[in-house]
Design a protein around this ligand. Structure first.
Ligand code: PMT
Length: 408
């Protein structure tokens, strides 16, 4: 059982926070509710007081509030700060360190993890200012429960509706105890690194993948309690501790390993940079050099991800959740969207590999996660953080069992 601060800000979804409060209590947690002034215009503090069975904090300036420097006392005591719904205004305050009310002061004062469930009009959510603030908070380690799509109170249809209380409570649970992760006990198959396509016994066609991105995903999945199989191409980096490590060299070997293992996987994440072409027939001995130019004939390799995407649908036969990476140098997100649809996968991670601080053989990455219901652009950050964000997204799919409809 943990003490959770539930911040409620001024949006129409404030009434759903009552259900969030009850859901947290049902999980055995104690909840202290912090309401902004505008939240109290949507739902009365008395309702939260009755449900949480604790005084509701509505103002820094209430009598008695400063005897114990309450925002610091609460900040120290809580195991999680959850804000649902969170307005664009409060996201802006958090991102920019403005502390002009109890909730924004609490955010600065606490060292507890922070989970935010944004809710606002679609145009506000898409606005560059809000997106930049969300990116700032993501880079700082704040986690989000993605807003849903549908009818908004303002009459629009679009993205911005507060996520369902049950999903918010589940996300809070996952943050409080990683063993509650929806990946706990699941089998996650991750591919990492390059493949080498032999030209002869001493030469090969390869790429610059270090394996770091795939290794970060494998390590994070294991930290969340998953059983992890890692299929790794040739890399210099040491692989993380996993349940099963399968070393491969070529695209054909990776294909055989993945197709053999995928049937028992719940999730397959293809972070490997698999060669698209391989020499038609590698020479048996070292090819002697001549004065003439050399032409190599190359065959297509099997597209492992696309083959997995053609398996019978997850709903019908338990196909694993499929996650691919699209490494591109131009029109990155558009090409990744197209690849997601063509390969029939649940999530495609668009990876701009033209940047010096992202993609191949660096410690940081900048990606956009593309799903059936939305996209999430992440700022440049450590590959470990990118891995955590991708797994958060996968967990939402595991939790809801909402797969991508496969192409007919
Ligand atoms: O290893 P690092 O140095 O950390 O670098 C990370 C990375 C840049 C390699 C990684 O983030 C990344 O982008 N991996 C995917 C690279 C790639 O092969 O992209 P693609 O757009 O060519 O392929 C799309 C997807 O299809 C990928 O998930 C790939 O694994 C898969 N694929 C591709 C070809 C093939 N024959 N079979 C496949 O399954």
């Amino acid at each position: 059982m943990a003490l959770i601060a539930l911040g409620v800000t001024g949006g129409i979804g404030a009434y759903k926070a009552i259900e969030v409060c009850r859901g947290l209590q049902k999980q055995g947690h104690d909840v202290v509710v912090v309401m902004t002034r505008s939240a109290a215009r949507f739902v009365g503090p008395v309702t939260f007081e009755a449900i949480s069975r604790r005084p509701v904090i509505t103002s820094q300036w209430k009598r008695g509030m400063n005897a114990d420097i309450e925002h610091v006392a609460v900040a120290d005591a809580i195991a999680l700060l959850l804000v649902a719904p969170c307005t664009a205004n409060m996201i802006g305050k958090f991102a920019n360190g403005i502390a002009d009310d109890f909730l924004s002061s609490l955010y600065l004062a606490t060292r507890a993890p922070v989970l935010v469930a944004p809710a606002m009009n679609s145009n506000m959510l898409a606005h560059e200012a809000v997106q930049r603030n969300l990116q700032t908070l993501t880079a700082r380690g704040v986690r989000f429960v993605e807003p849903g799509e549908g009818y908004l109170a303002c009459g629009w249809i679009g993205k911005g509706r507060l996520a369902e209380p049950v999903d918010i409570v589940a996300a809070a649970q996952r943050m409080l105890s990683p063993s509650q992760s929806s990946l706990a006990g699941r089998h996650v198959l991750v591919t990492a690194g390059p493949t080498y396509e032999d030209i002869d016994p001493v030469r090969y066609i390869g790429n610059r993948s270090s394996g770091r991105m795939g290794f970060a995903l494998a390590a994070e999945a294991r930290r969340r309690g998953a059983r992890v199989t890692l299929v790794a191409g040739p890399t210099r980096l040491e692989a993380p501790a996993v349940d099963e490590l399968v070393r491969v060299r070529s695209a054909a070997e990776m294909h055989a390993a993945v197709m053999g293992l995928a049937a028992r996987a719940d999730v397959v994440v293809m972070a490997a940079a698999v060669a698209d072409y391989t020499p038609v027939e590698p020479a048996a001995g070292k090819m002697a050099k001549t004065e003439a130019a050399l032409a190599l004939r190359l065959d297509r390799t099997p597209d492992i991800l696309a083959e997995l995407g053609r398996l019978p649908s997850r709903a019908a036969a338990g196909r694993p959740i499929l996650v691919g990476f699209a490494a591109e140098t131009a029109d990155v997100v558009a090409k990744a969207r197209e690849k997601r649809a063509r390969k029939g996968v649940d999530l495609m991670v668009a990876n701009d590999v033209s940047r010096a601080d992202a993609g191949f053989d660096v410690t940081t990455n900048a990606v956009t996660i593309i799903g059936a219901t939305g996209e999430r652009e992440l700022p440049v950050q450590a590959k470990e953080q990118v891995a955590a964000a991708i797994l958060d997204q996968i967990e939402q799919l595991v939790g809801t069992h909402a797969g991508t409809p496969l192409p007919a």
